[in-house]
Write a protein that binds this ligand. Structure first.
Ligand SMILES: *[C@@H]1O[C@H](CO)[C@@H](O)[C@H](O)[C@H]1NC(C)=O
Ligand SMILES: *[C@@H]1O[C@H](CO)[C@@H](O)[C@H](O)[C@H]1NC(C)=O
Ligand SMILES: *[C@@H]1O[C@H](CO)[C@@H](O)[C@H](O)[C@H]1NC(C)=O
Ligand SMILES: *[C@@H]1O[C@H](CO)[C@@H](O)[C@H](O)[C@H]1NC(C)=O
Ligand SMILES: *[C@@H]1O[C@H](CO)[C@@H](O)[C@H](O)[C@H]1NC(C)=O
Length: 370
């Protein structure tokens, strides 16, 4: 790692620019040398520290090319790791919502997303729980007074844009501190909805917009929402239940978040350069190789869960695809599966197709010890 000799004061911190290399092929270890086990969650920056919240998967073997209903399902907790530079990670807590251990032997927990509400000075987490998902329109909500938790459950959000939440939820916080939840619905037509929360984020306003709706398979899972130059983007993808081939990245955009959403384009083609088909019959099928689950994968062979928006320096806001590469670990343990972090590139307002990068370099501002 090279230090560049630029020193400046930013927000009262003494900051210097540092070049870091992010690898997608070398296991991400924490400062104690253990695998970072925080999956399908979010990567956010509070003050000058990066926070990774994610699901702790068991040290189990997923027996099939898609989810087996046990490995990665049972006994999940949520972990928090922090880093000053996106490379050096410290485990803070591997059970940051302690209440989940009361029932995680039969309730499934995934997708912790955390935001900071400047108005209430609260850190707010939404997450997916099988207590609500596939059953009703509730989304689990937990709060903490610091980003380090512990997060305590509060009354869940009752979404108005659908009767039954399907399998994905994301939190998006706009520049004006307004929060939105994106979710997909199990009630037909199957829809992706973005819904506005109240100023304290503790209830919904009932105002929502439909990003996309569809009657037949794939219904699409959801990745993240992000905003660039005043335009809102949502990334959706083929249903992929821990599938090993990954899923695509269909981007939708809107100039007003509760306005009309239009299809923008595909960012993650099959690894042979073809586009995936419009329809497949089931999520057991690899869309890039219909007859062979072990055939061609997607270019980025990951299930997308989020887009991290990180102000990495005074000059640069990084938008980064954030996915999970299921069945990718060398030792076959789900807890050790790789993530795929891929910077999203724009040329003007045009998004560039994703490439799988073994590694990439970022110039980030880091706080100096004073
Ligand atoms: C989950 O945890 C319970 C209680 O510790 C244990 O009895 C059970 O074997 C665990 N199940 C799995 C699948 O890890
Ligand atoms: C990693 O970060 C911790 C906490 O900020 C710091 O104490 C440690 O020196 C860092 N290690 C390396 C190798 O940068
Ligand atoms: C959204 O689309 C509908 C139907 O095409 C149109 O009537 C409406 O004016 C649009 N709304 C906005 C805010 O563009
Ligand atoms: C697709 O990804 C899986 C999981 O990482 C891997 O085992 C398999 O070899 C990949 N297939 C191809 C053709 O690259
Ligand atoms: C980054 O990846 C390239 C291409 O695979 C490789 O040549 C290079 O050694 C890697 N650099 C680091 C620091 O891992």
């Amino acid at each position: 790692m090279h230090f560049v000799s630029i020193l400046f004061i930013s927000n009262f911190w003494l900051v210097s620019s540092k070049q870091v290399v992010i690898s997608n092929v070398i296991p991400r270890l924490d400062v104690d040398g253990n695998f970072v086990n925080a999956h399908d969650g979010c990567l956010v920056k509070f003050d000058n520290t990066y926070f990774m919240y994610g699901t702790v998967y068991g040290e189990c073997h997923q027996s099939t090319t898609i989810c087996d209903g046990v490995c990665g399902y049972i006994n999940n907790t949520f972990a928090l790791y922090t880093s000053p530079d996106l490379v050096n990670w410290t485990l803070i807590n591997n059970n940051i919502v302690p209440e989940v251990t009361k029932d995680n032997y039969y309730i499934n927990y995934w997708m912790p997303n955390v935001g900071y509400n400047h108005r209430t000075k609260q850190y707010v987490m939404i997450y997916w729980s099988s207590r609500y998902g596939f059953k009703n329109s509730l989304v689990a909500l937990a709060v903490a007074s610091t980003p380090f938790g512990p997060f305590v459950n509060v009354q869940p959000l009752e979404m108005q844009g659908g009767k039954t939440i399907s399998d994905t939820t994301n939190l998006f916080v706009d520049d004006d501190n307004t929060a939105y939840v994106r979710y997909n619905t199990r009630d037909e037509p199957l829809r992706h909805v973005v819904e506005k929360l109240s100023p304290d984020w503790m209830t919904t306003t009932g105002q929502f917009s439909i990003i996309f709706e569809k009657e037949d398979f794939p219904w699409y899972d959801g990745g993240g929402m992000f905003k660039q130059k005043g335009i809102y983007y949502t990334m959706l993808s083929f249903d992929c239940c821990f599938c090993q081939w990954g899923s695509d990245a269909r981007v939708f955009s809107a100039t007003e978040i509760l306005g009309n959403w239009t299809y923008h384009g595909q960012l993650n083609y099959c690894a042979d350069g073809r586009g995936p088909p419009e329809h497949v019959t089931d999520m057991t099928i690899n869309p890039c190789s219909i007859d062979d689950p072990f055939g061609t994968n997607f270019t980025v062979p990951a299930q997308q869960f989020n887009v991290a928006t990180l102000q990495i320096s005074s000059e640069e806001t990084l938008h980064m695809y954030y996915g999970e590469r299921f069945r990718s670990s060398k030792d076959g343990l789900k807890a050790h599966d790789f993530q795929a972090w891929i910077p999203i590139k724009f040329i003007g307002t045009c998004l560039q197709p994703l490439l799988f990068l073994d590694n990439f370099t970022l110039n980030i501002d880091v706080e100096l010890a004073t």
